[in-house]
Design a protein around this ligand. Structure first.
Ligand SMILES: *Cc1c(COP(=O)(O)O)cnc(C)c1O
Length: 396
């Protein structure tokens, strides 16, 4: 399509990655399924072997098809990156990135609020291969420099944390990191490129679980890795070496989901904020953790660096017994209890950060509950939760 660089994000989402003129006027890009790619001549065959990480053309299905390249271009443009790789899950995006930038003897810093399975990978796999791993307080800001060692290679940030919602000072962390030649990696799943532009704030490599808002329909797993020009060879080579790629049908679904992303997120932002305000006034709720509310840790940074809030936030209940919690969560009719988030349907899960954290103690005894707002009407969501609170009171 026409060069969309001057359009606003909502408009770019409707144009990126499609080329009707090349496909008989068909609006959406077709799915190209392929393992074998044929070369017309020996010269073409030999040339392909010389450019194994070149993007935009394919030599073998594992290295992508036109459907893959369309999504990669769309994600890279939206995030303000030099390029992108799509992989089969958000966790794969985290693990491939860590494997790309680290080697034995290196030191990695990870935020204490990080996505759990990425933490597990670092503790199990990276340590086994000789990488030192330390955790840091998500509110550390530029003081992170005090944790640097001569072998510190990378920092894995995530802002906000997806259960506890501390916003990090990414520009301060990036400034400290770059003075010492340390790479800044960021999990940008919560804000998406619509509400936070990682590369404009000093990030070198951005990761997204496209499983969440980008695809938006709870029917596929996907991850994206976007990067600066300097980091491109590392990432492309490692993703290729690992033998992972996102299947063309899932690339298609991801790009399809992205078309409506700006509209979905706007609704989810408004409803989540209104629901958070309503919950803050409920007697059962001790605290609401939502970056757009002034009482959230790092709220001033959110105001400075972000252009919006997505639909995921947490509440802390005043201490209750397990049967009362079960009475609240069981029999909800709209909110489903299950992992993942960012889909069209609202979800709710209980969580206890206390045993997980090692660098910044989570001492709050009240039950933490995470809510992902979908596309439903706010009054129905309130009614569902209010009925849950009534069951909770009856079970006390
Ligand atoms: C879900 C999630 C991931 C992992 O995504 P999957 O596609 O489920 O592997 C990574 N980071 C964050 C913040 C997530 O919420």
């Amino acid at each position: 399509m026409s060069d969309s660089k001057n359009f606003r994000d909502a408009t770019r989402l409707t144009t990126l990655g499609r080329d009707p003129a090349a496909y008989d006027g068909v609006v959406s890009l077709p799915v190209h399924r392929a393992s074998t790619i044929l070369f017309p001549t020996l010269a073409d065959f030999e040339k392909s072997a010389l450019a194994p990480t070149e993007t935009g053309r394919t030599t073998y299905g594992l290295n992508g098809t036109p459907t893959t390249f369309a999504v990669e271009t769309a994600v890279a443009e939206l995030e303000g990156a030099h390029g992108a790789c799509v992989v089969p899950s958000g966790l794969a995006a985290i693990t491939a990135t860590l494997l790309a930038v680290l080697k034995a003897g290196d030191h990695l810093l990870i935020t204490d609020s990080a996505y759990g399975p990425g933490r597990r990978f670092s503790n199990h796999v990276l340590k086994r291969f000789g990488v030192e791993v330390d955790y840091y307080d998500p509110l550390i800001g530029g003081d992170i420099a005090r944790l640097f060692k001569p072998n510190t290679k990378a920092i894995l940030t995530e802002s906000p944390g997806s259960y506890t919602f501390e916003i990090q000072d990414i520009p301060a962390i990036a400034a400290a990191a770059h003075q010492h030649g340390v790479l800044v990696l960021m999990d940008n799943t919560w804000a998406t490129p619509l509400y936070f532009k990682p590369f404009a704030h000093g990030v070198d490599i951005s990761i997204q679980a496209a499983t969440k808002y980008m695809s938006g329909h709870s029917d596929l797993l996907a991850g994206t890795i976007t990067f600066t020009k300097e980091c491109e060879p590392l990432i492309r080579q490692t993703v290729r070496d690992l033998g992972i790629s996102l299947a063309p049908d899932d690339c298609y679904l991801l790009l399809r989901g992205m078309r409506s992303m700006a509209v979905r997120l706007k609704h989810q932002e408004q409803v989540a904020l209104a629901l958070a305000d309503w919950l803050a006034g409920r007697p059962e709720v001790k605290q609401v953790l939502h970056p757009a509310r002034p009482d959230c840790a790092g709220h001033a940074l959110w105001k400075r660096d972000f252009t919006g809030a997505s639909g995921l936030f947490s509440i802390i209940l005043h201490p209750i017994e397990k049967p009362a919690l079960a009475a609240f969560l069981d029999h909800l009719t709209i909110f489903g209890m299950g992992f993942s988030w960012g889909g069209f349907e609202s979800l709710i899960v209980p969580c206890d950060p206390r045993p997980i954290r090692t660098a910044s103690a989570w001492t709050e005894p009240g039950q933490l509950i995470r809510i992902s707002v979908g596309l439903e009407h706010i009054d129905d969501l309130k009614d569902d939760l209010a009925a849950g609170f009534a069951r909770m009171a009856a079970a006390r």
